[in-house]
Write a protein that binds this ligand. Structure first.
Ligand SMILES: [Zn+2]
Length: 187
């Protein structure tokens, strides 16, 4: 029978999220980046409904790539991609801008060494959510600032070894977020 099951509920949730006026629940986005033992960071994202966690390796300039990917959402292109090395897996983030919102998808590939050119659809869907760009940018900005406050730039380099703290990328995102997003949250 048409309309039975979870269909109508799902459609309502999507339309609330898409129009960006669903209140605090649909705008909610939490993100953290915590340096652990040398060369590893724990990356967590939570949209108030489902959580995702990856342990990311220092083989790539991961925090800089994240900041640059979110910064790209203020530019010409509607899709941004970047990948974290989970040694050996690849966690690929795909950000699609849709009006004021961003559709976030995280896909996993078993071996980073062989999956760089593999199409997104071949990866396992790990997490997805649609949130306002301002919520994503704010959450990532606050997380990166917390890393710098906690460790300092010298401490960051001691732990991440191969790459310095991404100061320029952080300041660029902050500038764009404050200029373009009309963010009412505290900075
Ligand atoms: Zn903000």
């Amino acid at each position: 029978m048409a309309g039975a099951g979870a269909g109508p509920v799902f459609n309502t949730a999507v339309s609330l999220a898409a129009n960006g006026r669903g209140g605090s629940v649909t705008r909610s986005l939490h993100f953290s980046w915590e340096l652990g033992s040398s060369g590893w960071a724990t990356c967590r994202i939570w949209d108030g409904v489902t959580k995702h966690l990856d342990v990311v390796s220092y083989c790539t300039n991961a925090l800089a790539d994240l900041l640059k990917g979110v910064t790209g959402l203020y530019g010409l292109y509607d899709v941004q991609r970047f990948s974290f090395d989970l040694e050996p897996a690849e966690a690929r983030w795909i950000l699609r801008r849709r009006g004021d919102n961003v559709h976030i998808t995280i896909r996993r590939f078993p071996d980073m060494m062989t999956s760089f050119d593999v199409p997104d659809g071949k990866g396992t869907l790990e997490w997805t959510s649609t949130r306002p760009r301002t919520s994503l940018a704010h959450a990532v900005l606050m997380a990166a600032e917390k890393v710098r406050r906690t460790h300092g730039e010298d401490g960051y380099l001691r732990k991440w070894v191969l790459h310095p703290f991404p100061t320029t990328e952080l300041e660029t995102l902050r500038h764009l977020h404050l200029a373009a997003d009309d963010c009412a949250l505290q900075h």
